[in-house]
Write a new protein. Structure first.
Length: 338
């Protein structure tokens, strides 16, 4: 730093000193200082590819990614690529900008493909490519990339890829079921059309039947999960071990995330009502005699019957079929993180 200060006194208008001090600040984790020096270097005429790349990266981290800031960052990345076309991280950063801003996915795909051509063994570049394909709705193309990642690379990358594939399978099964239900309802309506007016006596009889008290999950008193007996007078969840490894390490899959809205305790098994991708889904343990696995991060007391009192994030490992009794997806494991 002393040498750089001496150089700045000798040549106060030179961008080189600010380039060097910015790189040093970046190495030391002093992001604000690095941003100031890189900006000063650009103001003094610097066109160094690392300066433009680093400025773009720092702007992405501190920006709200408004359309104006996205355009500024994209111009900065283009300057870095223009100064050094073979610098793969700049192409990757351009793709990340498209992904985070939700803008110009085609440009992002072209950028990440160029990064992969320059560094074909970098798995994170391929992860970004799969994410861009998913944002575009190109599921088949994303599957192709994820399938290769699930069979190569580090354990974390393989788990991530397999988790994404499981999630796509989960969404596909749900879509297939919705289509089958719609087709069945259409066939039923065509075969047995409903009468134009229902008999008056039936309406009067229906009005006289009082609603079931337990028809609404809210009517079930909130109790800790370990206190809820099932039909055989056994606990759903025996006393949890003091510490159990995260279920991802046990089932070997990346989990699917959702927001739990309520716990339905009226049947032999508890049914988790979870909002996933804007749709409500019901989840139940794959083994009726064993509650889905918890990790030691989860507190059993945070989950009670009825609606959740606050935001409760759940992560679960999907099974591959529906439970016929509860009409809920069977799951292998679930973890709560309030």
């Amino acid at each position: 730093v002393a040498r750089y200060e001496a150089a700045a006194r000798l040549a106060p208008d030179s961008p080189r000193v600010h380039e060097a001090k910015g790189m040093l600040a970046l190495e030391n984790g002093e992001m604000e200082e690095a941003f100031g020096h890189f900006s000063a270097a650009v103001e003094r005429g610097s066109n160094h590819y690392l300066v433009n790349y680093s400025l773009a990266q720092l702007q992405m981290e501190k920006s709200d990614l408004s359309p104006e800031s996205v355009e500024t960052i994209r111009e900065r990345i283009s300057m870095a690529i223009g100064a050094s076309p073979g610098f793969a991280p700049a192409h990757y950063l351009k793709a990340q900008l498209s992904l985070r801003s939700g803008d110009d996915f085609e440009g992002g795909v072209a950028a990440i493909k160029q990064a992969i051509r320059l560094k074909p063994k970098e798995p994170f570049y391929k992860v970004t490519l799969s994410e861009l394909y998913l944002e575009q709705g190109k599921t088949a193309a994303a599957r192709e990339v994820l399938d290769k990642l699930s069979r190569a690379g580090s354990l974390d990358i393989r788990r991530y890829a397999q988790g994404q594939l499981d999630y796509l399978d989960f969404l596909q099964r749900r879509e297939d079921e919705e289509r089958e239900l719609a087709e069945s309802a259409k066939e039923l309506a065509a075969r047995d059309p409903a009468p134009e007016t229902a008999p008056q006596e039936e309406d009067e009889q229906r009005e006289e039947i009082p609603p079931r008290r337990d028809a609404n999950p809210e009517s079930v008193p909130a109790r800790p999960l370990r206190d809820i007996p099932n039909s055989d007078a056994r606990d759903f969840a025996p006393e949890a071990p003091k510490c159990k490894p995260s279920f991802v390490s046990v089932v070997g899959r990346a989990p699917i995330a959702g927001r739990m809205t309520s716990l339905d305790c009226r049947g032999a098994q508890p049914v988790f009502v979870v909002e996933i991708e804007g749709k409500t889904e019901r989840l139940v343990g794959a083994d009726p005699d064993q509650f889905p696995l918890f990790s030691c991060e989860a507190g059993l007391d945070t989950v009670s019957c009825g609606p959740m009192s606050g935001d409760v994030t759940v992560y679960f490992a999907p099974g591959h079929q529906r439970d016929p009794a509860t009409k809920a997806y069977r799951i292998l494991a679930i973890e709560f993180r309030p």
